[in-house]
Design a protein around this ligand. Sequence first.
Ligand SMILES: *Cc1c(COP(=O)(O)O)cnc(C)c1O
Length: 231
Amino acid sequence: MDIPSSPDLAQRLASLKARIAASAIQSGRAPSAVELVAVSKTHPAEAIQAVLAAGQFVFGENRVQEAQAKFPALRETFPQLQLHLIGGLQTNKARDAVRLADCIESLDRPRLADAIADAIQSLGRTPRLLVQVNVGDEPQKSGIPTAEADAFIEACQNRFGAALAGLMCIPPADGDPVPHFIWLANRARTHGLAVVSMGMSADFELAIAHGATHVRVGSALFGSRPQPPAA
Ligand SMILES: *Cc1c(COP(=O)(O)O)cnc(C)c1O
């Protein structure tokens, strides 16, 4: 895998931020109303450091262990760094996740809520939390099923209060993501939740047009990732 050079990464960051700002303005919002979460999974600390140096401080990782290996050292140099965990979270990783993350975007089942609540209690640290909804009800995907979403969101609001900040989704890879974006933004509005995390490299402009407050963009910034081995 090629690591893009620092000037390349700074350039890509600038053009990505310009596209995000243009989409925000087009949907009648301030550019600052849409936050970029730079998804750095699989990319080395040097690439993250180049993006930090270019002024991007919010990052997303999908594996706790990988985030643990890369981020504490970067945080020493860049204390304003914010780490979002965006991948499916095993219950036995909840404690490490609460210790490490500023935002956990993948709260998707009651047992994980229990584990996160225990960790918050014992560590005395409360990351922001997003409920991930499996908007396409796909069997292989993380996220609370749509039919259970309202009840689960309410239970999490009661339990975590304002720390439950919003909703996150990954629409099915095939097909039109727009109905899913509309659905998620609508559920967030109904529950009085401010954060709507949706949109990735291929569709973040559509997501912004339909109410995303956070877009999670990896390959459009860092370049392509090595393909995982076939399962
Ligand atoms: C990898 C990943 C992204 C970023 O995907 P790109 O297509 O590279 O922008 C966004 N969200 C989640 C949950 C991811 O795992």
